[in-house]
Design a protein around this ligand. Structure first.
Ligand code: QV4
Ligand code: CA
Length: 482
């Protein structure tokens, strides 16, 4: 369950938060496929409670009403069409699976597919689930439970969301049927929402009953779905991420926390010389890595001082480090802009999501940030694809916040997070020639629109990153020789 089954030469996925299926299909064909993205995490595709009393917040999608594939993102036919079109251009789909709970109690009780529930009776007829399918006695997780009481974290409600009992055979069957239906439609794996709130022994039963990936969608025979479990473990928790790594991969929240600290000068970049397990991170093969996610970019979940698109220079620095360094399986966040942390995606008066528009410079409009379309970000995806699994070599630092390293003989990257310029002759490990920096520009014909870097016969080049430049990174690789 730890292999994403990306198409050959691809390495990175992007979370297209709250995108519609038709828009994702188009994005696969016009951008993600050609640019070498490996996959997409999509918002939950199953029916959710419609919450007009909060003006359709983004989090209504984490309130399952049934496993019917009808949401603001689209219906079942649109979903199937998206998966097929994305797989056709080598981009995999990973589903955010909410299997810990059903909706909480609200005055409204109609779902995005028209299903209803009787909350007082724990009755969800569209699945169907009834009283016996939930954990008893009814209780709600309190803040201090996280530090002391694993059983309460798993058997009580996460903020009032009705807590399913995954030991129930009926519950297991409904969940497995839902996930297998998606596998048959061609998805490559799952994010397991709120995995910490379920018993590993129950999850193991569920995972073991999943079918192999669908060979008609280009997966090798016998391929198991990629599974990454959402377990927030920043230390001091009754439940450890290590309880879940024997099952499948885990979201490594310490990764974004530490890199956010380093790129905001809470820690010197030079310490990243031994980035990885020596920092207390999971084993590389166990870790789904990211800077921000849809929760902590708006203060939900673990919260904290996580870098987001709102601090672009530092954010792009942290993302570039994530993509340049071999540790983990990286996931990019692609957001809609927001001020109100509860606000849903751009929508019209009827609650329909408004599609992103594409500007002439390839960035997005209509309220969508589309970090994945920022040149400094998508070109580092290409960098990661190019350098493959080469090692970090020739680490250099200035004893502070200027660092540089090679990836084998395939790529070189440098960072300047000081208040003064970086201007050094450094070993790039690349063959002699002229390379286009993929951060300040790109290769256009056989010239560079940004900086050119001239590598001599000894592999060295003069590397310049001014402290007042737009970006703090310079990156060159074998794919971008001019
Ligand atoms: C309210 C009260 C409760 C009360 C309840 C009674 O706050 O005290 O018991 O009503 O009915 C929303 C509201 C929340 C409301 C709840 C129940 O914000 O106020 O409870 O609904 O109706 C997202 C949001 C939550 C949201 C939830 C469901 O973040 O705010 O709750 O969706 O709509 C922990 C977990 C981790 C989790 C993280 C947020 O370990 O697993 O918190 N992360 C995942 C998702 C996240 C999602 C959920 C889990 C739940 O990434 O987006 O929560 O599926 O760290
Ligand atoms: Ca639970």
């Amino acid at each position: 369950f730890k292999n994403p089954h990306y198409a050959t030469g691809r390495t990175t996925m992007v979370h297209l938060f709250e995108w519609k299926w038709d828009d994702i299909a188009a994005e696969c064909e016009r951008f993600l496929g050609p640019r070498g993205f490996g996959g997409i995490q999509i918002s939950p595709p199953n029916e959710n409670l419609v919450i007009w009393s909060r003006n359709r917040p983004w989090w209504e999608r984490y309130q399952p009403m049934s496993y019917r594939l009808v949401t603001r993102s689209g219906n079942e036919q649109q979903f199937a069409n998206m998966v097929r079109r994305c797989n056709n251009v080598g981009v995999r789909i990973y589903v955010d699976a909410i299997i810990n709970h059903m909706t909480g109690t609200w005055n409204e009780n109609v779902g995005t597919g028209g299903s209803t529930a009787n909350f007082g009776n724990w009755h969800y007829p569209a699945v169907p689930y009834g009283r016996n399918d939930f954990n008893w006695p009814h209780c709600v997780i309190q803040g201090h439970d996280y530090a002391c009481c694993a059983d309460r974290v798993r058997n009580c409600e996460l903020s009032g969301l009705k807590d399913l009992n995954q030991r129930s055979e009926h519950v297991r069957t409904m969940i497995v049927n839902y996930m297998n239906r998606l596998i048959d439609m061609g998805v490559a794996g799952f994010r397991i929402d709120a995995a910490k709130h379920m018993w590993p022994s129950d999850l193991r039963v569920i995972y073991d009953r999943l079918r192999n990936l669908n060979t008609a969608h280009g997966f090798p025979s016998g391929a198991r779905p990629y599974i990454y479990q959402e377990v927030i473990d920043l230390g001091g928790e009754a439940i450890s991420r290590n309880e879940y790594t024997p099952l499948a991969a885990v979201t490594e929240f310490r990764f974004g926390m530490e890199l956010s600290r380093a790129f905001t000068r809470g820690n010197q970049l030079r310490w990243l010389v031994n980035w990885g397990p020596q920092w207390g991170l999971l084993g590389s093969g166990d870790a789904l890595t990211f800077i921000d996610n849809h929760d902590n970019q708006r203060g939900h979940g673990a919260g904290g001082n996580i870098l987001t698109h709102k601090r672009p220079k530092e954010y792009k620095g942290a993302i570039a480090f994530m993509l340049a360094h071999p540790y983990g399986k990286p996931q990019l966040m692609s957001s809609f802009s927001f001020h109100d942390t509860e606000a849903g995606p751009p929508m019209d008066g009827s609650g329909n999501i408004i599609s992103p528009s594409i500007n002439s410079d390839n960035t997005c409009g209509n309220g969508w940030v589309c970090e994945h379309r920022w040149r400094q970000i998508f070109q580092m995806v290409a960098f990661r694809n190019t350098v493959g699994n080469t090692a970090v070599t020739n680490w250099w630092d200035n004893g502070g916040n200027q660092i540089a390293f090679c990836r084998g003989t395939m790529g070189f990257v440098a960072f300047n997070n000081e208040n003064w310029d970086l201007n050094q002759r450094l070993q790039t490990c690349l063959p002699a020639g002229t390379y286009c920096d993929v951060i300040s520009g790109e290769k256009s014909g056989n010239r560079c629109t940004g900086k050119s870097v001239v590598v001599g016969n000894d592999g060295r080049a003069q590397i310049v990153i001014g402290s007042h430049e737009y970006d703090m990174v310079l990156a060159i690789h074998m794919g971008h020789q001019s």
